[in-house]
Design a protein around this ligand. Structure first.
Ligand code: SF4
Ligand code: SF4
Length: 73
């Protein structure tokens, strides 16, 4: 599971997710006055944004693929 997107219709533009994500995943669109997911691949799954968003505007996905690390090569 990882962060997929900000649901625009729900986002109230408070920037809480932009300011608090430890992985710097979000950016703020000042024209739309909404946050959006810019670097979703960097999400560390802490779920802080989901917990803190006052509007329930952050959608998760189960689609994330984790890289496979090997000890050779
Ligand atoms: S789950 Fe954590 S790392 Fe991922 S986008 Fe939200 S705050 Fe950032
Ligand atoms: S915390 Fe939620 S409401 Fe606030 S900017 Fe982020 S997605 Fe929008």
């Amino acid at each position: 599971m990882a962060v997929k997107r900000v649901i625009e219709e729900k986002c109230v533009g408070c920037k809480t997710c932009v300011k608090s994500c430890p992985a710097d995943v979000f950016r703020y669109d000042s024209e739309k006055k909404k946050a959006y997911v810019k670097y979703g691949q960097d999400c560390q799954l802490c779920l802080w944004c989901v917990t803190e968003c006052p509007a329930g505007a952050i959608e998760l996905t189960k689609d994330r693929e984790f890289p496979v690390f090997t000890c050779w090569g």
